[in-house]
Each structure stands twice: as C-alpha cells, then as structure tokens.
Design a protein around this ligand. Structure first.
Ligand code: PLP
Length: 345
C-alpha cells in the first residue's frame, strides 16, 4: 500500500481523492472506537466527532493546543492563554506551550500519581483555555480522573483534552474484555478533544496519529489559510504542508486488515501478559508496583537502586524505561512481550 501511494499528497486533496478518503475513514474508525457514536452528536448537529490525521502523538497534541489558543482568542478575546496539565502529561504539552506561547500551569500529581482535581480547580482563571488529562500518561500508566477533570472544564466553559496517544487503541478493547477502565473518551460530555496514536497500538507504520474534536467549529481553529500568496489560495490542515499519503494508506490498510477482532485479540494478549508481569513483580518483596496499571507496568523500590535494576535488565535485553520524580522503571507491555516464553524469561 505504501509503494502504490508513495507519491500521493493529502495537501492536494483534489489531485489525490483516495488520500482524502483513507484519512476520513481513519478518523471515523478512531472516533467510533472512542465513543463518538454514543457521546458525539449526529452528522450536521455541530457536535459530531471530527478530526484529522497527523504525523504522530506530538503533532496531534500541538495541533489541539494551538486550536484552543485560537478558539479562546476568537470566542473569548483571551490574549494571554494558559493551559493546565498534571505534571505527568507528556512533554509534548510543554513543547506546545513554548511553540504557541501558551502559559503552562503544571499541577503536581497526588501520591497516587493521578491528576489532582482540587488543585486543578484552584488553578483555573479567566485565561485558562484548556485542561488536560491522560489515558494513560507515559510515565506510570494510570488513567487520570478524566470524568471529574472534564466536568470541571465543562462547568467553566473551558476545553478539555484527553491524551490517549498511548491508550487510545488499547483501553476500548480492555473495556470490552472486562477490565476496569476509567471513563476517558467522548462518552464524557466535557471531553472536547482527544489524541490517539495509530502508530502505537493501532499497529500502523510510524508517522500517523489522529486528533479528534467535538464539532467541526472547534476543529476549524486548527487549520491554516492564507489568501494573499502569489502561489494561489493556500490552506493546510496540520503543521506540515505536503504530507505522506503513503503513510495514511498504509495506516488505513493496517486498521482494516487488523479490524476489531484483531485489536481485541492483541489487547487480550497484551493485557494478559501485563497481568502476569504485575503478579510476578508483586511477589518480589524489594519491588513496589505503582498503583494498579492496565498495561504500562511501573514499579519502584525503597531498598534497591531502581536504576541499577534497569541497567541489569538492559544487559539482559529487557528495555525498561527509566522514570524520575520519583525514581522508577516501567515496562510498556507490547505484542513482542506476548510471544511464548518471553515474559517468563
Ligand atoms: C501519553 C503519550 N502522549 C503523547 C506521546 C507522544 O507521541 P509521539 O512520540 O508519537 O509524538 C506519547 C509517546 O509515548 C505518550 O505516551
């Protein structure tokens, strides 16, 4: 699919209508997986869940934050915008803050590593344009209290972004498999945008992600247009100009060939392996699991140097991520870990 579409460019959707169709279907499939049918409005209602394909989680987050900045400027006249993020929200939010001149208000998470709703409420002011929560964050893999945070945002007329870059293609299937998954998606009325990465657990080639919005009006603030350029009327949906239509085609074919059954089966294997790992780690008295994660298993130790354990594991070909504040390690359980004999090794 990539080779056939390698020259296609979604920037020129008139020349490459198939690229348009691939991307529209990627967005629709992702939106439906994330509660659009239950929580979004019907087409034309202004509340339907819409979106665009971007190049990755970071770009989806950058786009959403720029969208809130411009939306708040237009609708509320906010000229000194602020965003509120738990300190576990991805570094891409800091990048957005720098790139788009949005003041970052980082809120320390509680001892449970979850976003602190009370402190978030206290940080809201007349310049707040968006509140962020993660499902889950990269660090400890524990889903933030999205329901409470998004209601807080809704009651103040502020945007709310769920960063489901990592969990977007796992949590819906985990829920179907009966795992206790805290509400995080468009079924919550306060959630006004989401990011979900096709190039992570969507198993597409690297270079695609989806950013979704509640309603086309909000999405409109993401777009760039200029009417004065001698090259003609110019508009682009995302940060890039020309984009790799081949990647969108490859993403589309990954999604339709894996299908709901494939994603469900992958989630079953990943979550079963994560359960095994959690259980084995909890049997080691020197190690302490952090919370009760679903598939990103983080642990620390009060008595051992956790980074020395990480080095030892690396030497034995286990690539754990080193975390800080507090020092910890995590394993993001993926399909390769589910192969026979791997988790026991
Ligand atoms: C929760 C979360 N958000 C955002 C990102 C950024 O994604 P990307 O590296 O695709 O830009 C990641 C990456 O791991 C992530 O885990």
């Amino acid at each position: 699919m990539y080779a056939i579409n390698s020259q296609s460019n979604p920037l020129h959707s008139d020349v490459w209508p198939s690229a348009n169709k691939f991307e529209a279907e990627i967005v629709m499939m992702t939106a439906n997986m994330l509660g659009a049918a239950q929580g979004g409005g019907s087409p034309g209602s202004g509340q339907e869940i819409v979106g665009t394909v971007s190049s990755g989680g970071t770009e989806s987050i950058l786009l959403a934050m720029k969208t809130y900045r411009d939306w708040a400027h237009d609708k509320k006249g906010i000229t000194a915008p602020e965003m509120i993020c738990p300190n576990t929200a991805h570094a891409a939010f800091d990048k957005a803050s720098q790139y788009f001149n949005i003041k970052m208000r980082r809120i320390p998470v509680g001892p449970d590593q979850l976003a602190d709703v009370t402190a978030t409420k206290a940080a809201i002011n007349e310049n707040t344009v968006v509140i962020v929560g993660s499902a889950p964050p990269f660090s400890h893999g524990l889903i933030d209290p999205i329901e409470e945070l998004s209601e807080l945002a809704r009651s103040h007329g502020i945007g709310f972004h769920t960063d489901a870059c990592l969990g977007g293609f796992i949590l819906p299937w985990a829920e179907k498999l009966g795992y206790p998954v805290r509400a995080f998606d468009f079924r919550l009325p306060g959630v006004t945008s989401m990011s979900a990465d096709t190039h992570k657990f969507g198993f597409a080639a690297k270079g695609t992600s989806v950013v979704l919005y509640r309603g086309p009006e909000l999405r409109h603030y993401q777009y760039y247009t200029t009417l004065e350029w001698p090259g003609g009327l110019y508009f682009s949906l995302t940060l890039a100009g020309s984009r790799p239509g081949g990647l969108s085609a490859a993403c589309w074919v990954a999604m339709v060939s894996i299908g709901e059954e494939g994603y469900l089966e992958s989630a079953r294997r990943i979550l079963g392996t994560a359960d095994y790992l959690k259980n084995e780690i909890s049997k080691i008295p020197e190690l302490k699991l952090i919370g009760d994660p679903i598939f990103v298993v983080a642990f620390t130790s009060d008595v051992l140097d956790i980074y020395a354990i990480g080095d030892y594991m690396s030497a034995h070909k286990w690539g754990l991520n080193s975390l800080q504040l507090p020092p910890a390690l995590h394993l993001c359980t993926c399909l390769p870990h589910t192969q026979p004999g791997v988790k026991e090794g």
